[in-house]
Design a protein around this ligand. Structure first.
Ligand SMILES: NC(=O)c1ccc[n+]([C@@H]2O[C@H](COP(=O)([O-])OP(=O)(O)OC[C@H]3O[C@@H](n4cnc5c(N)ncnc54)[C@H](OP(=O)(O)O)[C@@H]3O)[C@@H](O)[C@H]2O)c1
Length: 422
């Protein structure tokens, strides 16, 4: 039986979950994998904090050197979170010849090259299955099961908080702020939910997925990022009337000549596999040139699902003879497409006057944007909602048309623009 000694960086939600999982399933892991995982030290910030009672207090330290200088510790699992000091601690661990397992999407997304390089130079491993999709085994599937494919596209619901909010808004007809407050109370949203609701968390994860899927480094600043704060129950109701649902999608496409990467609220048809992904669940839908369509579905957060991915990485790291380090190309900036072709939902508030529809249709036509459907809704006192869904059109043409529509005397306001994906 191989015994592997590890240390944990952090003992909050995830660290405690990892501790419990290793303790609960140690016999199964020993029998099936031939590895006995021993947690030798746990780094925390505050030694006086009350911890999960089963953890031996003597394991805790607030000095990273206690772990870095312990030659018996081969693997460090990091769940401190955030960029700093997590990045510096991960680099220190790699430079002290310790393999690192991490759940930290921000650090992996922002510092992929530096961390890979440190792992390579020190001949240790860097594993980050839990950084995307919590318990869904998506990273290893891309590395070890889909290598034969040229992956053409990845579309994912990779932020559970926003999916929970949008699901509740759709199912209960409630407004964003109302559901967000409830999500905070129930622990589905952080006290400061900015990273989730503005799409930043999904952007980190898409940067990692697209980099691995396309073998080309996709930086977070290459990715268009829009959150869900402007989605209203009215948009969700019109989506339904038009045969769509609204999801925060992370989308990446590689045509080989160009890469398109974006995170934004999206209309998807009710018969799309991602439409059925409700509540805080995650899903990633991949198209490969040989495998065709694949979908991964599961819990994208939570101590035990995330712990499942982390302990799997620890087992893999301790049983691998050679650590796998991904090599990715650095593409020219020009390869990133910002004038993609897609369909659009556009909701206007217009003054209720004769000729308004033809005037707006004329502006769309001027920019070569053709219309698939129009919904004209009951009037208010002086204004009425007017909803358009376009055929496929270029992003820049649609934005130019919208700029002109905003200035049109018949138009009170442009209420929303949501991209449509099929
Ligand atoms: N929560 C999830 O469902 C989930 C899912 C997937 C990935 N992740 C990722 O997992 C990571 C951790 O999440 P979490 O929810 O477990 O966070 P958390 O509950 O806030 O725990 C953070 C832990 O890190 C320790 N820590 C913070 N700063 C430190 C420092 N400077 N030095 C030493 N220790 C420090 C804290 O110590 P004290 O306890 O002493 O304060 C705490 O134990 C994040 O990267 C997150 O993105 C989380």
């Amino acid at each position: 039986m191989k015994e592997v000694k590890i240390a944990l960086f952090g003992c909050g939600n995830i660290g405690t979950g990892v501790y419990k999982l290793i303790r609960n399933n140690c016999i199964k892991i020993m029998d099936a994998e031939g590895v006995s995982i021993v947690i030798k030290k746990i780094l925390v910030r505050d030694l006086s904090k009350k911890r999960y009672a089963d953890i031996d207090e003597s394991l805790f330290t607030n000095k990273i050197e206690d772990i870095l200088l312990d030659k018996e510790i081969d693997i460090v699992a990091e769940f401190i979170g955030g960029e700093s000091p997590a990045k510096e601690y991960i680099l220190k661990a790699l430079n002290h010849k310790k393999t690192v397992v991490t759940a930290n999407k921000e650090v992996i997304a922002k510092h992929f090259e530096a961390l890979q390089e440190a792992a390579r130079q020190n001949e240790v491993g860097l594993y980050y299955e839990a950084s995307v999709g919590g318990g869904m085994p998506i990273i290893r599937a891309i590395h070890q099961s889909l290598q034969a494919n040229r992956i053409q596209s990845v579309m994912g619901i990779i932020n559970g908080t926003t999916n929970y909010i949008l699901s509740k808004m759709a199912e209960e007809g409630r407004e964003f702020e109302d559901v967000l407050s409830e999500a905070k109370e129930l622990g589905y949203a952080e006290p400061d939910p900015t990273a989730d609701i503005e799409g930043y968390d999904a952007r980190y994860k898409l940067s990692i997925l697209a980099t691995l899927c396309f073998n080309k480094r996709v930086q977070i600043n290459n990715i268009l990022c829009e959150g869900i704060t402007k989605i209203t129950s009215v948009d969700i109701q019109y989506a339904r009337e038009l045969g769509y649902g609204v999801k925060l999608l992370a989308i990446a496409k590689d045509t080989q000549n160009s890469i398109e990467v974006r995170v934004h609220p999206t209309f998807i048809p009710i018969n799309h596999p991602l439409y059925a992904v409700r509540d805080a669940f995650n899903a990633v839908y991949i198209k490969g040139d040989s495998v065709g369509e694949l979908m991964f579905y599961g819990r994208g957060a939570g101590d035990m699902p995330t712990g499942s991915a982390i302990v799997s990485d620890i087992i893999t790291a301790s049983t691998n003879k050679h650590h796998y380090v991904k090599l990715v190309a650095t593409p020219d900036e020009e390869i990133f497409e910002d004038n993609w072709l897609t369909e659009y939902y556009i909701r206007l508030s217009v003054f209720d006057k004769p000729g308004v529809l033809s005037k707006i249709a004329g502006i769309f036509a001027k920019y070569n944007v053709s219309i698939t459907s129009v919904l004209q809704k009951a009037r208010g006192d002086v204004t009425a909602p007017l909803i358009f869904v376009t055929h496929e059109a270029h992003e820049k043409a649609v934005l130019s048309a919208i700029n002109e529509i905003k200035k049109c005397e018949y138009v009170n306001s442009v209420e929303n623009l949501i991209r449509v994906e099929k």
